[in-house]
Design a protein around this ligand. Sequence first.
Ligand SMILES: Nc1ncnc2c1ncn2[C@@H]1O[C@H](COP(=O)(O)OP(=O)(O)O)[C@@H](O)[C@H]1O
Length: 296
Amino acid sequence: MAAARLNRLLKLKPLLSSPSLRFSPIRRGLCAAALDSDADVRFPSGLDHKPSFSIRRDPKERNVQWVFLGCPGVGKGTYASRLSHLLGVPHIATGDLVREELSSSGPLSQQLAEIVNQGKLVSDEIIISLLSKRIENGEAKGESGFILDGFPRTIRQAEILEGVTDIDLVINLKLREDVLIQKCLGRRICSQCGGNYNIASIDIKGENGKPPICMAPLLPPPSCASKLITRADDTEEVVKKRLHIYNEMSQPVEDFYRQRGKLLEFDLPGGIPESWPKLLQALNLEDHDDKQSLAA
Ligand SMILES: Nc1ncnc2c1ncn2[C@@H]1O[C@H](COP(=O)(O)OP(=O)(O)O)[C@@H](O)[C@H]1O
């Protein structure tokens, strides 16, 4: 127990040690809340104070702070990215932060590769460290508001976030499991430009009261076609494991926000052309660029 506690403190200490004076409020808030939320954890000596700050701002004076929930492969990244362009807020995907870290030669990369490639969740401490760093770098560049994708994924992460800032809305994207698996297996990334594509062509007939579902593939332009790679965790075995972990660890997060009246459930009716206008309608938003491109 003591070793475990020490381990956690060692992991968290760099977050709270002297440079913390330069941390943005939201970063300090996340780190302090991460410590606070665990009864086993004590502040390291010399740091036994909770930073005094408030990062709750009147929603009228800041940009939106939204969260996307949903199983692997549901399309959180696609819709979060579209909304972030529309609303002018950063799209922050913790999965991307993890992949950036593991492709670097940083001290965590080996440890992260093993966890991610087995479909397991990275520890809350590591995720909060990566997220708080990302938020702080964004704030230094003048970013405000966010659309979070892939965070929170555990009740503890949800409690930590709730403890430091206000989330206005949580969009829960839903799709049947057989489609999720096909979509994960069809995902491709251009190794040069980082573009996301999907080669799966989904055409499932409606049965047992379930509606039919059609999703056209999202094919790459010719310039990317020969450079496509597949994520190491998008194999059938690992996708099934991730879905299992989602049901166990992340579904309770849906209840967490449902109880707080923040959850918007959204059943995807099909691919992007069918789903995007319906999502905008559900959010009472308009995408003028999309309308113009449809009219063209
Ligand atoms: N909030 C988080 N908590 C713990 N681990 C995370 C979190 N976000 C991302 N990860 C790690 O990064 C991996 C990839 O995440 P992501 O790209 O969001 O995948 P998915 O397509 O499964 O939603 C996850 O399987 C997990 O190992």
